[in-house]
Design a protein. Structure first.
Length: 601
C-alpha cells in the first residue's frame, strides 16, 4: 500500500471514531440496549456502527456545530430529563403495586376474621376519613386502594388459590401423610365434607392444613365420600401408597364395615400395595365425651336442666334472678343453658347450679315453683359427685384440645386420667375425698360412697373399652416417644437391630434429652436408621382427633349463617382455607399476577 493510501485510511478511521465518540454522548445503555437520549429510540445492538448510523441520519444536523463542551452539557441535560421520566414511571408503578398489595392484605384479614366481603367498602371509608384527619396530603394514595365487594371477592379467590398452590408444592415432598375427616350440614342443608391433611417430610417438617372442603348436594354414602376424598388427593398430587392413617368422628357412613368410607379407602390402598395397612382412629375427644354415659347421672342433669329452663326461659324470671345475684354479690353473674353439643357445657352448668343452689331454691320458692331435689340430701350428694367428675373430664377435654399435639401425647393424657379414676375409686371407698372437694361438702353415707366408687370403676372400664384402637398402637407410640425406655423384644422386627444401635449410642441419648422429638428423629442418619425413622414418621403424622374439623365447622356456621346464606360453596371453601391456614400468602406473586390481569375496578 502506498503512503498516500495509508494516510487516507487513517483519516477515514479518525472520522469514523470522531463520529462514534460524538454519537456516544447521546446514548445510554439500559437493560442491554442503547437508548437515544434525544428521541428515546432503542438501538438493539450497542455497536459503534449502529449508534453512528442513528446519530448521523436523525440528529447530526442539529448538533453538528456544537463544541465538545456544549455536546457534553446537552447530553447531561437530556440524561437528567430521562432520569426524571424514569423516576416518574417507577414511582407510579410502585404506588400502584402498594395499593394492590394493600387491597390483598386487607382482603386476607377480612377472610381470616370471617367478615362479609362488603365490609371492604366500610374499611376503605374508615381509611379515607382517618387519612383526611392525619395526613391529608396522602389521601390520593389511599383512594387508589380498591376494596369493593367484587374486588374483595376476587382477592379472596386469588389468595385461596395461592395457598392451595403452596400446599400442593409442599405435598410433593411428603414421605407420608394422614387425613382427618368429618361431615356436617350448613344452614342450607348442604353436606360439607372437611378433609384435613397432615404430612411429614424427610427432614421431619410437619404441615397441617385444610386439604379441601367438598360440598355434596345428593347422598352422603361411603361411596360418595370416597369419590370426594379421591378427587381431593388427585388435586394435591398425593399418592394413596403414602397414606398412613385416617381419623374420623365415628359416624356410620365413614366407619361402616362393608360400604363405609374407611373400608373403601383400605380396599384402594390394598389394591395398590397389598401389604400396606392403614391406621383408623376414632376421634379421642368424641370417645372421651361418650364415656360419660356410664355415669348414669340423667336424674341430676334432667332436674338441673328443668330448673335452669324455668329461670332462663322467662324474661321476667331471668331479670329478677340476675338482680338477686347482683344484690347478693354472688361470684356468678348469671346461669347459662346446658347444650349437649358443647363438650364443656354440662360441667360448667352443674358447677354454677351447685354454687347457687341456695339462691336458686329461695328464688323458686318465691315464684311458687318448688324444686324438691334441692331438699333431698341423696340428690344433692349425687349433684356434688357429678360436679367433681365432670370437672375432671372437662380438664381432660381441654388438654386434648391443645393445638399441635401428637397422638401419643393425647393418649398419654387419657391413660393418666384412667389411672386417676382408679385412684379416686379406691379413695372414695375409704371416704378419702381430697380430690373430690364438692362431694366432700355434701352429706353422704357409706352407701353413697360405695355407689360412687362403682361409678368411677365403670367409667374406667368404659375408657378401656372405647380406646382399643389407640391401645393397639400403644407399643409403637411408646417406641417413638421414648425409644430409650422401650423393650427391644417388644419392638417390631424391622427396627430391633436399629433400636439396639440407638440404645448403645451415648451421644444420641444426650441429644434426645436436649431437643424436640422432631429434631431428634430428623438428626438420625437415613443410612443407619431407615426403619426407625419411617416408624416415627407414621406415628407422628397421625391425627389424634378431629377437633380441627369441629373448629372449622364453627367458622363455617359463622360465615354461612342465616344472614349470609347466599355465599357460594366455592367462596365458603376459600374463606375456610384462608381462616385455617398457617401458610402465609405470597403477596408479591399475587400483585404481579394482578398487574398482568390488569382488572378495572
Amino acid at each position: 500500500m502506498s503512503a498516500h493510501a495509508k494516510k487516507r485510511k487513517v483519516d477515514d478511521e479518525c472520522r469514523v471514531f470522531n463520529k462514534t465518540w460524538t454519537a456516544k454522548y447521546f446514548f445510554k445503555e439500559i437493560k442491554g440496549k442503547a437508548v437515544c437520549l434525544i428521541c428515546g429510540t432503542q438501538v438493539a445492538v450497542f455497536k459503534d456502527y449502529n449508534l453512528n448510523r442513528h446519530y448521523t441520519t436523525k440528529h447530526e444536523d442539529k448538533y453538528r456545530n456544537l463544541s465538545d463542551e456544549e455536546r457534553a452539557r446537552e447530553a447531561d441535560a437530556l440524561m437528567v430529563k430521562l432520569q426524571t421520566q424514569q423516576g416518574l414511571f417507577t414511582k407510579l408503578h410502585t404506588t400502584r403495586n402498594a395499593a394492590v398489595r394493600t387491597s390483598f392484605v386487607i382482603s386476607h384479614k377480612i377472610a381470616r376474621k370471617s367478615k362479609a366481603f362488603s365490609d371492604g367498602e366500610f374499611i376503605k371509608e374508615c381509611l379515607l376519613d382517618s387519612v383526611a384527619l392525619i395526613c391529608p396530603e396522602k389521601k390520593a394514595a389511599f383512594e387508589n386502594v380498591s376494596l369493593s365487594r367484587r374486588t374483595v371477592t376476587r382477592r379472596v379467590e386469588a389468595i385461596a388459590g395461592n395457598l392451595e398452590l403452596q400446599l400442593k408444592n409442599r405435598a410433593a415432598d411428603f414421605d407420608c401423610f394422614s387425613l382427618a375427616l368429618d361431615e356436617s350440614c350448613d344452614v342450607r342443608d348442604t353436606a360439607q365434607l372437611l378433609i384435613f391433611l397432615r404430612g411429614i417430610t424427610a427432614d421431619f417438617q410437619i404441615t397441617e392444613e385444610l386439604a379441601a372442603m367438598q360440598s355434596i348436594k345428593g347422598t352422603t354414602t361411603g361411596n360418595d365420600l370416597f369419590t370426594e376424598v379421591n378427587a381431593c388427593l388427585d388435586t394435591l398430587g398425593l399418592k394413596w401408597d403414602k397414606l398412613a392413617g385416617v381419623t374420623t368422628d365415628g359416624c356410620p357412613n365413614l366407619t361402616g364395615k362393608n360400604v363405609g368410607l374407611l373400608k373403601r379407602m383400605q380396599d384402594k390402598v390394598t389394591e395398590i400395595n397389598p401389604v400396606q395397612k392403614l391406621t383408623f382412629l376414632h376421634c379421642i375427644i368424641h370417645q372421651e365425651v361418650l364415656c360419660k354415659t356410664v355415669l348414669k347421672i340423667n336424674h341430676v342433669v334432667d332436674a338441673v336442666t328443668k330448673t335452669v329452663n324455668f329461670i332462663r326461659a322467662r324474661a321476667l324470671n331471668h331479670r329478677q334472678f340476675v338482680a338477686l345475684l347482683e344484690e347478693n354479690e354472688s361470684e356468678h353473674g348469671d346461669i347459662s343453658y346446658h347444650s349437649n353439643i358443647r363438650w364443656l357445657s354440662l360441667g360448667k352448668v352443674l358447677k354454677s347450679v351447685w354454687d347457687l343452689r341456695d339462691q336458686i331454691q329461695n328464688f323458686c320458692e318465691k315464684k311458687g315453683h318448688d324444686i324438691p331435689e334441692l331438699s333431698d340430701e341423696d340428690w344433692v350428694a349425687d349433684l356434688g359427685f357429678a360436679v367433681d367428675v365432670t370437672a375432671l373430664m372437662n380438664e381432660l377435654n381441654v388438654k386434648l384440645q391443645c393445638k399441635g399435639l401428637f397422638v401419643h401425647e393425647m393418649y398419654s393424657a387419657v391413660t393418666a386420667f384412667m389411672r386417676k379414676l382408679q385412684l379416686l375409686s379406691s379413695q372414695v371407698k375409704d371416704n378419702i375425698l381430697t380430690h373430690l372437694p364438692t362431694l366432700k361438702e355434701a352429706t353422704r353415707s357409706a352407701d353413697h360412697l360405695h355407689k360412687y366408687s362403682s361409678k368411677l370403676e365403670a367409667l374406667h372400664g368404659e375408657f378401656l373399652r372405647r380406646f382399643q384402637d389407640f391401645k393397639t398402637l400403644e407399643s409403637e407410640m411408646h417406641m417413638v416417644s421414648s425409644p430409650f425406655n422401650c423393650s427391644v423384644d417388644n419392638a417390631p422386627s424391622d427396627v430391633q437391630m436399629e433400636l439396639i444401635d440407638l440404645l448403645s449410642d451415648l451421644l444420641l441419648v444426650e441429644h434426645f434429652r436436649s431437643v424436640s422429638l422432631l429434631d431428634f428423629y430428623s438428626s438420625l442418619k437415613e443410612e443407619n436408621f431407615p426403619h426407625l425413622r419411617r416408624h416415627a414418621q407414621r406415628i407422628l403424622v397421625l391425627f389424634g382427633s378431629t377437633y380441627v374439623c369441629e373448629q372449622t365447622f364453627s367458622v363455617m356456621k359463622f360465615n354461612k349463617s342465616k344472614h349470609r346464606s347466599s355465599i357460594t360453596d366455592e367462596h365458603l371453601s376459600a374463606v375456610l382455607r384462608i381462616a385455617t391456614s398457617d401458610i402465609q400468602p405470597d403477596f408479591n406473586a399475587l400483585v404481579q399476577a394482578q398487574n398482568r390481569l390488569d382488572y378495572s375496578h
